[in-house]
Design a protein around this ligand. Structure first.
Ligand code: IMP
Ligand code: MG
Length: 177
């Protein structure tokens, strides 16, 4: 697949929205906050988000695989890397790049809720509401976008383009379906 053909969200647009999201999360969770980022796609979002927060914040990472390769979901979610830190009695926010079908987040929320956090919320930079297959609560959404496959700012196509500072579109409309 060629380089992105279109810029959907510029780095400046993303920067402003991420700062707002950090403030929203901080308003809801003013005390000790524990962010759980989903590798690899959320690494850029997390790094910008966390630097916009003051006060006590701890971080942990997990990795899942839902897309074997390419742009179509297999619908299967596997935990590839588990957390290092227990969630019990913590105010936890899952930090994810994008909610598409919702299958990944539904799975993650179920397994993390079973670990007895004090609270569990979810922050996603992007959402494709038209693609949702399962209902999943996402308290903080950066941008709702159409059903187009996007890359950059951490998001990949076949492990490429994560380094782009903006979010761009590759391929045609509906390519993710
Ligand atoms: P879901 O389980 O279908 O909600 O898929 C969530 C995961 O699919 C995200 O964490 C991404 O890794 C990946 N994904 C979904 N849509 C896109 C996209 O447009 N670009 C890049 N990755 C995507
Ligand atoms: Mg992801």
């Amino acid at each position: 697949m060629a380089r992105p053909t279109e810029v959907l969200l510029t780095d400046e647009t993303i920067r402003q929205r991420v700062a707002q999201m950090a403030a929203e999360i901080r308003r809801d969770c003013p005390g000790d906050l524990h962010l759980v980022a989903v590798l690899k796609g959320a690494f850029v979002f997390l790094s910008d988000l966390v630097r916009r927060m003051d006060g006590a914040v701890s971080l942990d990472f997990l990795a899942v695989s839902s897309y074997a390769k390419g742009t179509s979901s297999s619908g299967e979610v596997r935990l590839l890397k588990d957390l290092d830190i227990a969630l019990e009695d913590r105010d936890v926010v899952i930090v994810e790049d994008i909610v598409d079908t919702g299958l990944t987040l539904a799975y993650l929320q179920e397994i993390l809720r079973a670990r007895s956090p004090k609270s569990l919320r979810t922050a996603c930079l992007l959402s494709k509401p038209s693609r949702r297959q399962v209902r999943v609560p996402v308290e903080y959404i950066g941008f709702e976008i159409e059903d187009r496959f996007v890359v950059g700012y951490g998001l990949d196509y076949a492990e490429q383009y994560r380094n782009l500072p903006y979010i761009g579109v590759v391929g045609e409309r509906g390519a993710a379906g």
